[in-house]
Design a protein around this ligand. Sequence first.
Ligand code: 5GP
Ligand code: ZN
Length: 402
Amino acid sequence: MSATLRSERIALDPPLPAALRRDVEQGVYYCSDLIADARVDRAAGAWIELDLLGVSDAELSDLTRVVRDWVERTVASSLAYEDTIAREWGRPEAGFRATPEQVLASADLHSMGEGLVAYGPRLASVFGALRELWDRLAAEVGATPLVLPAVATLEHMQRCDFLRQFPQLLSFVTHFREDFGVIDRYAEACRRGDTESACAPPAQDMSSFRRMLRPAICYHVYPCFEGEQLAGDLRLVHAWGDCFRYESRNTTGLDRLFDFRMYEVVALGSADAVHRWRSGMMERVVERFEALGLPGRLKTSNDPFFVSGSVLKSTFQRAHDLKYELEVPFPNREGHLAVASFNEHQDFFASRFGITTRDGEVASSGCSAFGLDRILAALLVHHGTDVNAWPAPTRQTLGLNT
Ligand code: 5GP
Ligand code: ZN
């Protein structure tokens, strides 16, 4: 197969509704690994343009059919829905001080492969300050810390019903089968400097996949409370760490990583208490963003579902305002970057893990999740790549002056 690149425009009739244009642009990569880049007509939704790798005319007509079918299903499975903006603050017109490209070019940012970044000392200290700011927020609301593994068993994630909903994001963990023949052969290939064998061991030499990298923090919280009856009206915990989502070709910059760092505060309690907690949490977090000098908005949202059987869940999520996202103006195609989410799960997780309220009812849960790399990216594009020149209130809020 030649790796020549061709661009093809697929007409969409009827045009794609505005609310779906971003999701389709980001989801179309999962139609075929021959799609190198994709652009949707953001103005009218009348076409999707694909850059294709080494695709013949015959393959093109198959691929066009696959893409059209998938777009049709995506449209059929979503309701015409306009996100509601609950709150907006700051002055987006203040303009950006750096582009995402300038952020990436920072000498303190090291690429470790696609979607993998390391921070050098200067950015690592800002990252640490940001995490401590969130530690203070968590302590303020009465959350206690947990330390959780970055790997989850598939049994566990199946119990959380994650696997069916987001299979395109999964990253499995494997290892060699217990067989010295296999292990020695591999070690020998590495010793010979056989890069091909070292980097792509044969599938039959590997164990079956029983574990995966965690896609979020809160999935590990529920088993910590399995079978428990909560003593008070509300129990709050927090934890942070690396999370992993396979985002295909969408992986770019600090805002779309394969391995990113998430901070979560998770609530368990009565439905009322969790709902009140979430509202209060949104208030506090907006205050923090204002103190950081970051403009933004809070809007209702839903997780994009690209697979069949998803209709009910996403409709439900929208109908009940179960997910809010905090977005900061950002110089990308959307013009905004989602840096935090505030979610209510009702009794979805607590019923699966037998967690009950003090009154013996099935508990409710909720979480607020913060993408630390995205908040850092937002700070850098709004205030510039020279951290010492950031506005005094921002530095003060982060405790960077001391
Ligand atoms: P959620 O669970 O609501 O999808 O994600 C929680 C938060 O994690 C998001 O608001 C965002 O800040 C962060 N996040 C989600 N996906 C990515 C990603 O691909 N890269 C980065 N850097 N952060 C992400
Ligand atoms: Zn969560």
